[in-house]
Design a binder for this molecule. Structure first.
Ligand code: SF4
Length: 394
């Protein structure tokens, strides 16, 4: 599917009930009183794009944080500003990230009425001790209930996020989690291995020896098991970390936009945009974000060039070489299509076979890449060493 004529919109909601032990995202617990003024600021930032003539928004993704902490009327307020500013494609994908325990049938019905057609649920594990280790507030019962409620409400694109490579996690507990979500009929799965991020409680617990360091061999086995197990249950792995059930082909179009290095506009504290050859970065602090939007000065007078908004604190011109490299790194996440020679050639006027000749021949000879008429793609071994492959294109 080509979505190259679309622009995507990401809206960051930086509120969570509790900060999870491993999380270094730009998100905060205990800031709920800020929600109304934050939502007003988001609407103000969106309105700064009036006149940009963006007529082809193909996907909108409310991410966080926990966007499902926003009341339906706040989501409606944001969507009203979006519709007044941008023209949306008729088949738009409208997604919301959520956590189990923040969803109920009334809320899910409100989401559907607002036009949401995809929901992602942060399940993480089916094992209570693992959820506690991650400082998650929910149990797997909440996951089951949320999934069933979303299905009954009428959502037909539901993702579950899971995590593997956790301290003390065993291959058998991972197998149990996978079998539970498959039994539930999960339509789409995102499987993420734990990254120990500095300045998180999880990092300190491992660093101090209180928890064992995750074993990289076991983590690799978990990934390989997921590959085999999910394939045998009719899941198609279309990206390094993402599987969709083949009978209901529900790839996340918003993320496909990122992996194809296509333009997106990020709204909210800490959001990034990639638009008109520039990378834009918004201020990270929700307080500062609200303050800057309340000042509501023109971005041009303020900090960055058009189409900047007052929240933007940095803009970087991306030169063509960098854009080519980023297109390779992102495109290689897509396992079936990878980077297609003809698409790369028509975008950049250069054939990747020639442009990256020596890198490609080295990675192909190491068994990490395929480079044939189907395009440039990671091999099975390449998936396990993906970061090493990507580093060749920096
Ligand atoms: S719910 Fe998600 S965004 Fe919020 S703290 Fe946990 S991992 Fe981070």
């Amino acid at each position: 599917m080509s979505i190259s004529d679309s622009i995507s919109l990401y809206i960051h909601i930086p509120f969570c009930r509790l900060k999870c032990s491993y999380c270094d995202f730009n998100t905060y617990a205990g800031l709920d009183p800020l929600i109304p003024s934050y939502v007003d600021a988001v609407c103000t930032e969106i309105r700064h794009y009036q006149g940009c003539e963006i007529t082809n928004i193909g996907t909108i993704f409310f991410g966080g944080g926990t966007p499902s902490l926003l009341p339906a009327k706040s989501l409606a307020q944001i969507l009203t500003a979006v519709k007044a500013t941008f023209e949306l494609k008729p088949d738009i994908e409208l997604s919301l990230e959520s956590n189990p325990g923040t969803l109920n049938p009334v809320y899910l019905n409100s989401l559907l009425n607002l036009g949401f057609n995809r929901i992602s649920i942060g399940a993480q594990s089916a094992i209570s001790s693992e959820l506690q280790l991650l400082d998650r507030l929910h149990t797997f019962r909440h996951v089951i209930q949320s999934y069933k409620d979303a299905l009954s409400a009428g959502f037909n694109q539901i993702n579950l996020d899971l995590m593997y490579g956790l301290p003390n996690q065993t291959e058998s507990s991972w197998k149990h989690t996978l079998s539970q979500v498959v039994d539930l009929g999960a339509q789409h799965l995102s499987l993420y291995s734990l990254h120990l991020e500095q300045d998180t409680p999880m990092f300190s617990r491992v660093d101090s020896g209180y928890l064992p360091h995750p074993n990289s061999d076991i983590t690799a086995n978990m990934y390989k098991y997921a590959d085999t197990f999910l394939k045998s249950h009719n899941y198609n792995q279309y990206e390094i970390s993402n599987w969709s059930i083949t009978s209901n082909y529900s790839e996340c179009r918003h993320n496909l936009q990122y992996w194809q290095n296509l333009p997106y506009i990020g709204i909210g504290a800490g959001a990034h945009s990639w638009y008109k050859q520039h990378r834009y970065t918004n201020t990270k602090s929700p307080y500062e974000y609200i303050k800057l939007l309340n000042l509501n000065v023109s971005a041009k007078e303020h900090r960055v060039d058009y189409p900047g908004t007052p929240a933007m604190i940095q803009s970087t011109l991306i030169d063509t070489d960098t854009e080519m490299n980023e297109t390779m790194m992102l495109g290689l996440h897509l396992l079936a299509s990878g980077v297609r020679h003809n698409e790369f050639q028509s975008r950049f006027g250069a054939n990747p076979k020639n442009h990256y000749k020596s890198i490609l021949s080295q990675l192909v000879s190491q068994g990490l890449l395929h480079n044939d008429h189907n395009g440039i793609r990671l091999t099975t071994s390449g998936r396990l060493l993906a970061n090493r492959v990507f580093s060749e294109f920096t």
